[in-house]
Design a protein around this ligand. Structure first.
Ligand code: GLA
Ligand code: ZN
Length: 688
C-alpha cells in the first residue's frame, strides 16, 4: 500500500505552476503586445498559461474555416522560454455564426424562454450539434497540440454550471428518470409523493423539469432534476474528452470548479463529488473578498481553508488553484484591491492547503468589455513597476523555492462530511427558518475549531472511506439514505467517534421523511432520539449548560428523548428547559455525540477540546500562537513543510518549540518570532 506521505504529481510537473488565463486572441492585431507578454512572463517568474478558454471565434471564425496559426505561435513563444501551456477547449462560449445557424445550441431557461446569443456558459448541454462541434474542435486541438512539448494539461471548457429546459433536455431528463426508476412510473410517483396536489403521472411524457410557471413544489422532482443536471453536465464533459482520452491518454485533464460568494461556500449548482471521479486533477477558481466589511480576515481565511480541504479531499490529492486575482475582481459589489502582503499570504494559504499552483485570471487586463478593470498581472500601463506586478513576481520567486512541496498531501484524523444533495433538499424544505438553514456555513463553524488549533481536517463526501478517521463530524445531514446510515453505524461499531447535530437524518434519498420516528439504527448508536425541532425568530435566544458553563443558542433547538445516552448539556430556557441538549453514547467500540441546537463558536471550541484531548488529535507540527494565525502543514515522508500565516492586521508573536529551517531564507528558526501584519513564514521540519 502507498504510504500516506507519498507524493502524487497530479500534473506530472515537479514545479509549482505560476501564471494563469492568457487570452492572446484579444490582442492578435497587436504583435508588439504579444511580444511584450513573453518578456513580462519571464520577468514576473510565471511559467504556465491557460490558453484558448474563450477562443472559438478566433479558432473557427466561419464554420469549417480554422485558424490555428496564431495559437501555434503562442505555443512556440511560450515553449521558447521554457513555459508550459494548459490548453483549454473553447466550449464555454460560442461564435455567433453557430448560434445563428444552429439555434438549438442556445439554452431555454426555467421559465421556458429561449435565450439569445451572447454572454457565455449558456449552451444547451444536450444539443447533438453542439456536442458534435465541440468534439470536432477538441479533436483538432488534440491532433495539433497533443504532442507539443509545452502542453501540460487539458482544461475542459470553463466553470460548467447552469441548466437548460429545452425540448431536447426534457427528453433527456425523462430518459434519465426511466433509467433511475427502472421504467416503473409507479415507483417515480411513489418517490415524488404523487397524490399530493394530484401530481400523479400516468405517462412519462407528462413530466417536465421544475419551473416557476409550472411545477416547483414537488421536492422529489426538484432533487432528481438537480441530479440530472449534474449527470448531463458530466455527460457533456465526457463527450468533450473523447478525443483526449483517445489521442493523448498521458495528458492530465481538469475542469475548473467554483465557489459561491458573498459568503464563501462551495459551489451549489453541481454535485462535485460525482464530477470529481471523471477528472484527473481538481482545480478551482478562488475569489475571496479580502478586506471586506462584514468579517475578519481570519474568518474569511478559515472559509477558504474549508473549501480547499473539501476540493482536495474529493480526490485525496493535491489540487490546482486555476484562477485567482492578484488585486481585485470586477464582479463583487465592491471590488477592493488586495492590500500589500495579502497576495503573498493568500497565495501561500492555497499552497499550504494542498494547491500545486497559483494561477490568475487573467494575465493581461482586457482593453474593452466587462472585464477591463478585473485584476490582472499586466495592467493597462504595461509596466513592471506597479505594485501588483511586483507582488506577483514575489509570489513567483517564492514558488520557485517550493518545488519540493509539489505533490505532498495533508493526512488527517478528522473528517467533516459535506453533501451536495442534502444541501439541495434542505434548501428546498419549506419549514425551519428559510433564511437560517445555512448548511455550508454550519459546517464551516464546526471546521473553525480545528482550523484555529492547526489540526488538519479532510472535508469528505458520503461515498468516501470513513474508516481511516478517528473523528467524523456530520452536522445537519438532513438527507441521509439507509446505506449512509449503515456506513455511519459501522464506522462507530469499529471504534470511530461520530458527532451529529440537529436537522440530521430527517429524509431519505427521495426527500421523503422517515416514518416511525428517527431511523432505528441512528437511535441505536446515539442512545436517544430527536422528537421535535424548534425554529427561532432571528432575535430569539436560548442557552445550553455544558460543563458548568452557559452557551448561547440561536436558530434551532431539538427536543431529545433520552434512552441510554448520557446527558452532556441541557437547555436552560423554554418549555424544554432542563431537558437534554447535548448527549453522548458509547456504542460497541466507538462513541457518538449529538448536539441538539445551534450554539455559539465558544461552545464548539470547548466541546471539541474534549474530543481533541480524548482522541489525542494534534497539530502536525506545534507552533504556539494567538488567534488569527494559522499553521498548516504539507507532509513528505521525511519532512513537514510548515506554513505559519498571520491573518490579522497586527504583529503576532509565535513560538517554534524546535529548530526549523526557513525555506525562503535558509536560516535556522527557533523560539520566539514576530510575524508582521499578513506575514507568512514557510519552514521545513526534518522528521527524526
Ligand atoms: C471566472 C471565469 C473567468 C473570469 C473570472 C473573473 O472565474 O472563469 O473567465 O470571468 O471569473 O473573476
Ligand atoms: Zn437544452
Amino acid at each position: 500500500m502507498m504510504s500516506k506521505h507519498e507524493k502524487t504529481y497530479t500534473t506530472k510537473a515537479n514545479f509549482m505552476l505560476h501564471g494563469g488565463d492568457y487570452n492572446p486572441d484579444q490582442w492578435l492585431d497587436r504583435p508588439d503586445i504579444l511580444a511584450d507578454d513573453i518578456k513580462l512572463m519571464q520577468l514576473s517568474h510565471t511559467n504556465t498559461f491557460s490558453v484558448g478558454i474563450f477562443a472559438w471565434s478566433a479558432l473557427e471564425p466561419e464554420e469549417g474555416v480554422y485558424h490555428f496559426e496564431w495559437l501555434d505561435e503562442i505555443f512556440e513563444n511560450i515553449h521558447g522560454f521554457g513555459g508550459r501551456v494548459i490548453l483549454a477547449t473553447p466550449s464555454g462560449a460560442r461564435p455567433a455564426w453557430m448560434s445563428q445557424k444552429y439555434p438549438e445550441v442556445l439554452r431555454v431557461n426555467a421559465s421556458r424562454i429561449k435565450q439569445l446569443h451572447g454572454g457565455r456558459h449558456n449552451h444547451c448541454f444536450t444539443a447533438e450539434v453542439y456536442r458534435e462541434k465541440t468534439e470536432k474542435m477538441n479533436r483538432l486541438l488534440a491532433e495539433r497540440y497533443g504532442n507539443h512539448p509545452a502542453l501540460l494539461m487539458w482544461h475542459i471548457s470553463n466553470e460548467y454550471g447552469g441548466d437548460c429546459h429545452c425540448d431536447h433536455c426534457q427528453v433527456a431528463f425523462r430518459d434519465w428518470l426511466k433509467k433511475q426508476y427502472n421504467n416503473d412510473l409507479k415507483a417515480l410517483n411513489d418517490a415524488w409523493w404523487g397524490p399530493f396536489w394530484s401530481h400523479t403521472f400516468n405517462d412519462w411524457s407528462q413530466i417536465e423539469s421544475p419551473s416557476p410557471i409550472g411545477e416547483s413544489a414537488v421536492h422529489g422532482l426538484n432533487l432528481d432534476w438537480r441530479r440530472f443536471v449534474t449527470d448531463q453536465t458530466i455527460s457533456f464533459y465526457q463527450n468533450e474528452v473523447v478525443p483526449f482520452k483517445e489521442l493523448t491518454p498521458e495528458i492530465p485533464i481538469t475542469t475548473n470548479f467554483m465557489a459561491d460568494t458573498h459568503d464563501l461556500i462551495p459551489f451549489q449548482g453541481l454535485d462535485y463529488s460525482k464530477f470529481a471521479k471523471h477528472l484527473d486533477v481538481i482545480s478551482w477558481d478562488a475569489y475571496p473578498a479580502w478586506h471586506n466589511d462584514w468579517e475578519t480576515t481570519a474568518d474569511l481565511a478559515m472559509k477558504v481553508g474549508f473549501i480547499d480541504d473539501l476540493y482536495r479531499s474529493l480526490k485525496q490529492q493535491p489540487f490546482l488553484l486555476m484562477e485567482s486575482t492578484p488585486s481585485g475582481v470586477n464582479w463583487h459589489n465592491v471590488n477592493k484591491t488586495k492590500r500589500p502582503g495579502m497576495h503573498q499570504l493568500a497565495s501561500m494559504q492555497m499552497i499550504a492547503h494542498g494547491s500545486d499552483s497559483i494561477l490568475y485570471f487573467q494575465w493581461r487586463k482586457s482593453r474593452g468589455s466587462s472585464e477591463k478593470f478585473h485584476g490582472a498581472v499586466v495592467d493597462h500601463d504595461n509596466s513592471t513597476e506597479n505594485r501588483v506586478f511586483k507582488e506577483v513576481t514575489q509570489v513567483g520567486e517564492t514558488l520557485e523555492k517550493l518545488s519540493e512541496v509539489v505533490g505532498t498531501n495533508r493526512p488527517s484524523d478528522v473528517a467533516i462530511l459535506y453533501d451536495w444533495e442534502s444541501n439541495w433538499a434542505l434548501n428546498d424544505a419549506q419549514g425551519f427558518g428559510l433564511e437560517t438553514k445555512r448548511y455550508p456555513q454550519t459546517l464551516q463553524q464546526h471546521y473553525r475549531t480545528f482550523w484555529e488549533q492547526d489540526i488538519p481536517v479532510d472535508v469528505i463526501t458520503k461515498e468516501q472511506d470513513f474508516t481511516s478517521y478517528k473523528l467524523l463530524i456530520v452536522p445537519m445531514l438532513y438527507l441521509v439514505s439507509e446505506k449512509t446510515i449503515s456506513r455511519l453505524k459501522s464506522f462507530v461499531e469499529n471504534g470511530g467517534t461520530l458527532v451529529m447535530t440537529y436537522i440530521s437524518g430527517l429524509v431519505n434519498e427521495h426527500d421523503l421523511t422517515y416514518l416511525g420516528g428517527w431511523h432505528k439504527d441512528l437511535q441505536e448508536i446515539f442512545g436517544m432520539k430527536p422528537v421535535e425541532t424548534d425554529t427561532y425568530y432571528p432575535n430569539d435566544r436560548n442557552s445550553v449548560r455544558f460543563n458548568n458553563q452557559s452557551y448561547e443558542l440561536k436558530d434551532y433547538a431539538t427536543v431529545l428523548e433520552r434512552d441510554t445516552a448520557n446527558v452532556e448539556g441541557i437547555y436552560e430556557d423554554d418549555f424544554y428547559a432542563e431537558t437534554p441538549a447535548v448527549t453522548s453514547h458509547s456504542y460497541k467500540k466507538g462513541k457518538t455525540y449529538y448536539i441538539g441546537g445551534r450554539l455559539e463558536d465558544q461552545f464548539h471550541r470547548d466541546f471539541y477540546q474534549g474530543l481533541i484531548e480524548s482522541l489525542s488529535l494534534e497539530p502536525v507540527f506545534p507552533v504556539k500562537h494567538g488567534r488569527g494565525v494559522s499553521v498548516q502543514v504539507r507532509q513528505a515522508p521525511q519532512k513537514d513543510y510548515v506554513f505559519v500565516m498571520n491573518f490579522t492586521e497586527e504583529k503576532q508573536n509565535v513560538t517554534f518549540e524546535s529548530s526549523v529551517k526557513d525555506l525562503l531564507t535558509g536560516e535556522e528558526v527557533v523560539g520566539n518570532v514576530t510575524l508582521e501584519k499578513y506575514e507568512v513564514r514557510i519552514v521545513e521540519h526534518q522528521k527524526s
